[in-house]
Design a protein around this ligand. Structure first.
Ligand code: 4AD
Ligand code: MG
Length: 448
């Protein structure tokens, strides 16, 4: 007998066939003569209804089967006479594998708050909501690789332990070993971004991307920040800022399309319970061009908005989430790309524009989320880059390897970073970033 997952069994539509299936009980109810188990194995939002009667081997065990128990069922797939499902499994045999005491098992059938489930992060994947979110996360990761494979980009691995600070915002976790403080012979850190290494690789392979965990020791306890988050970072030789923005827009649209094609049922579930109008919003974003405006225009919009923002909207200040959301939700109504930010608020590697005060940076903003992508054209001119590094008080010697790529065969190049969890927030309608990564790390919290 074949042991298949519930998704495969339901998709087979092979009424009359025998199947063996293992999973966890969402709910169980019984009378003297018949019992029903709603079984999930995480493979799909739909569970499998297992029907037992006095003929079923193990029927007397049904009284011990509660929400959370693990069971193995063997039986025949039949068309369900009941409402709510097309097929059900008429069980010949049921085996209770692992008990779950209803007095102490925390994930009961009633609807729990997300806050409660966050404290039970080791068990929350058993709920409909979190199984859907983590299936979406898996599909999104596949969609990322799918996009770049189609485009002919090479997948590269940037180190997690690094000795350089890409963003220069002073948010690095230091890495040490108990016996030896400087295990690597010099201070080493968890990477905040794979970009600098991606640049080295792009200046040889032309088009590459990294996709991995990155770490930031910023003390921002917000629903949009994690200390450990995953970032996708494409880096492309011979791309200028416009090419970079074009790719970012194409990429984001392709990801949404991929998700609609490959995991519609989980998106529908999230729409139903967490984000009304989600699918329409996704389709809208795919169809319409993104709005593009430079930083100076964006500041102008903000100043004329008549809104009472918490943060200043003077030229030279960073654009905050409240501003981003105003622009993309209220003012424009579609995703917005803002480019040419003041040099003074951006890292050393961004290309200086001819005006001498802005750099070729770009951020992609989405409704509900704000910034989802940050990127730039990189400074490819050795003299300008050296000057910038010195001006910012960075150690030029420490960046010698980076400067070498400008010394030898330098080319125009660009790249960006997309936050995986922010993308998932957008796709799932979840409001808190801690609910779209299995084991969140935030200030004061690193369980497991
Ligand atoms: O804008 P950021 O800081 O850009 C970089 O790191 C560049 N080196 C990328 C590049 O050009 N290759 O971060 C990029 C994205 C943000 O737009 C956001 O989506 C996400 O990473 N992000 C975070 N996500 C969760 N928690 C945090 N603390 C995040 N910080 C950034
Ligand atoms: Mg940014």
């Amino acid at each position: 007998m074949k042991r298949l997952k519930i998704k495969q069994i339901l998709a087979s539509e092979q009424a009359g066939e025998k199947f063996k299936v293992g999973g966890w009980v969402r709910s169980a109810r019984m009378s003297q003569t018949v019992g029903f188990i709603d079984l999930t194995d995480g493979s799909s939002i739909a569970g499998l209804q297992i029907v037992l009667d006095s003929e079923t081997n193990g029927f007397d065990m049904l009284k011990d089967i509660h929400t959370g128990c693990s069971v193995l069922a063997e039986g025949t797939l039949i068309e369900s006479p009941g409402k709510g499902q097309k097929y059900e499994l008429k069980a010949d045999k049921i085996t209770l594998l692992g008990e779950a005491d209803p007095e102490t098992y925390p994930i009961q059938k009633k609807k729990h708050t997300l806050e409660f489930l966050r404290q039970k992060a080791h068990l929350r994947v058993r709920t409909n909501t979190f199984s859907a979110v983590f299936r979406l996360r898996s599909h999104l990761s596949q969609g990322i690789h799918d996009f770049f494979r189609r485009k002919g980009f090479f997948y590269i691995h940037a180190p997690i332990i690094t000795t350089s600070d890409c963003e220069g915002a002073g948010q690095m976790f230091q890495v040490s070993a108990p016996s030896e403080k400087e295990f690597f012979g010099r201070p080493a850190y968890l990477t905040v971004s794979g970009q600098l290494e991606a640049e080295l690789m792009a200046l040889g392979l032309s088009e590459v991307y990294t996709f991995g965990p990155t770490f930031r020791a910023e003390n921002s306890n917000t629903p949009r920040h994690l200390s450990e988050f995953w970032m996708v970072e494409p880096e492309m030789a011979f791309y200028d800022l416009t090419d970079n923005m074009d790719l970012a827009e194409e990429f984001l649209k392709a990801l949404l399309e991929y998700m609609l094609e490959n995991d519609l049922e989980d998106l529908e579930f999230m729409e139903r319970w967490y984000q009304k109008g989600l699918l329409e919003q996704l389709r809208n974003i795919i169809e319409k061009p993104f709005e593009r405006m430079n930083y100076t225009e964006a500041i102008d919009y903000l100043q004329k908005s008549g809104k009472d923002f918490e943060f200043p909207t003077e030229w030279g200040h960073d654009i905050q989430t409240e501003h981003e959301r105003y622009l993309t939700e209220e003012k424009i109504g579609v995703p917005v790309i803002i480019y040419d930010y003041p040099a003074s608020i951006k890292p050393f590697y961004m290309r200086l524009n001819d005006d001498g005060k802005t750099v070729a940076a770009m951020d992609v903003l989405l409704p509900r989320i704000g910034e989802i992508i940050g990127g730039s054209q990189r400074e490819e001119r050795l003299d300008v880059l050296s000057r910038r590094i010195r001006k910012l008080g960075l150690d030029e010697e420490a960046f010698n390897w980076y400067l070498d790529t400008r010394r030898f065969g330098t080319v125009v190049h660009s790249g960006f970073g997309l936050g995986l969890e922010r993308t998932l927030l957008f796709l799932s309608g979840m409001a808190n970033i801690r609910d779209v990564i299995p084991f969140p790390r935030t200030p004061g919290n690193a369980e497991f």
